[in-house]
Design a protein around this ligand. Structure first.
Ligand code: ZN
Length: 413
């Protein structure tokens, strides 16, 4: 907490100093005024602005979440927790240090006893993003990328944005002194599980893509993403793309021939297919040709929260029939309520509908949402699941083992 506050204070202080300098400059060195003002603007835009945007975008609700009982803590400490979706890589935050803003960093993952985190990768996001209708030709990630000083190739290539975020994760892994490890194969999963069973506080991670528009139109680019550590591929994000419709797009159509090619190649490469944000028609089309369990990494269910984003009973049943899992999210519009209890309630509905072995977690931490907890607060959900009447074995499945089963089945050896 200390570091991030001091960083913000430092940013403010340096801005004030530069401002004071620029006010004095006309007196002593009039020719310096314009360059100084430009410099201040540059610092404001590249440093302070993303910081302010981020700390306002990914917030934790101020009211305390459900406190975990002694029993919940006891169960929680034994869990293998897997979260199917969080987006911290979009932000220039050092994930190895604890921050007072945002939802995820390594210290908070360790505190929440998380074993496996899927790092979502966003490469395009329409301004005024909404659940109903979004155009595919607009993007607010571009200014964010430029402001945060990402490398030039990322400024206009969605593929390069994906590759860069993959490199960021690998950079954290390299500096984490073994506390954050990259997971890419069944063997990696087994090693992680064995080390966690010996009580080692390590966190495994891999990459998940939010929308195959990041392939820049070439199915061959899936191989580059695979080599970069991607093991989960979501077909669409908030807008229709070359592969098919988004639940929040304009046409909301089904899989295109390119989309079908992508689905087959994703599964040939032993990556997990993610149907989050897909249009109902894309879900139908993908389920028709899938040869492996599929997931919906971060979602809600219409049974407790009826909106365009969430799964109908019928969709949930057919996804479960592939052997897959659905990660229930933590934010208000996914579960129609601001509390962890609302997430637990959606999980209860899903478990009663399709079987508890198909329920999983998909927080959507750092995905521009307000959440009831950050990554350190997962014990609160364990408590809420106990209150929903789940036993310790069922909770172990929901909190991670169900998702782990799917990854074991799909990942390359
Ligand atoms: Zn998403």
């Amino acid at each position: 907490m200390y570091t991030s506050i001091s960083k913000r204070t430092l940013a403010l202080l340096s801005t004030l100093v530069l401002l004071a300098l620029s006010l004095m400059a006309p007196v002593f060195l009039p020719w310096l005024t314009l360059p100084l003002i430009l410099l201040i603007l540059l610092i404001l835009v590249s440093w302070l602005l993303p910081l302010l945007v981020e700390s306002r975008t990914n917030r934790v609700r101020p009211e305390p979440a459900l406190p975990a009982s002694r029993e919940a803590h006891q169960i929680h400490s034994q869990l293998f927790i897997a979260d199917l979706h969080a987006d911290p890589l979009m932000w220039n935050r050092d994930l190895l240090r604890r921050h007072s803003y945002g939802h995820i960093d390594l210290p908070r993952l360790v505190e929440g006893n998380v074993a496996l985190q899927v790092f979502g990768v966003v490469t395009q996001s329409p301004p005024g993003q909404n659940f109903e209708k979004n155009a595919s030709n607009k993007d607010q990630i571009t200014p964010l990328v430029i402001c945060q000083g990402w490398p030039l190739p990322t400024w206009n290539s969605r593929l390069q944005r994906a590759v860069y975020q993959a490199a960021r994760l690998e950079g954290f892994v390299a500096r984490a002194e073994g506390k954050l490890v990259s997971v890419r194969s069944v063997q990696d999963l087994e090693t992680l599980q064995a080390r966690r069973a010996k009580n080692e506080k390590i966190v495994g991670g891999f990459l998940g893509l939010e929308g195959v528009h990041a392939l820049d139109g070439r199915v061959e680019n899936l191989e580059l993403l695979f080599a970069s550590g991607f093991r989960m591929i979501g077909l669409t994000h908030f807008f229709d793309n070359e592969a098919g419709g988004s639940a929040h797009g304009i046409e909301k159509s089904g899989l295109t021939p390119f989309g079908k090619q992508v689905v087959r190649r994703v599964q040939e490469l032993h990556m997990v297919l993610d149907l989050a944000h897909a249009s109902p028609q894309v879900i139908d089309d993908a389920l028709e040709i899938t040869a492996a369990p599929v997931v919906v990494s971060h979602t809600g269910v219409r049974g407790t929260c009826d909106n365009r984003r969430n799964l109908s009973d019928d969709q949930a049943r057919r996804i479960a029939a592939t052997g897959g899992v659905m990660g229930i999210a933590l934010f208000d519009t996914a579960v129609c309520g601001p509390r962890v209890e609302d997430t637990a309630h959606a999980i209860r509905y899903l478990a009663d509908l399709v079987g508890v072995e198909h329920a999983a977690l998909g927080s959507d931490f750092d995905g521009s949402v307000m959440a009831p907890i950050d990554a350190s607060g997962w014990p609160s959900l364990t408590e809420a699941l106990l209150k929903e009447g789940f036993n310790a074995g069922e909770i172990a499945g929901i909190m991670g083992l169900n998702a782990l089963r799917v990854f074991m089945q799909v990942f390359p050896r």
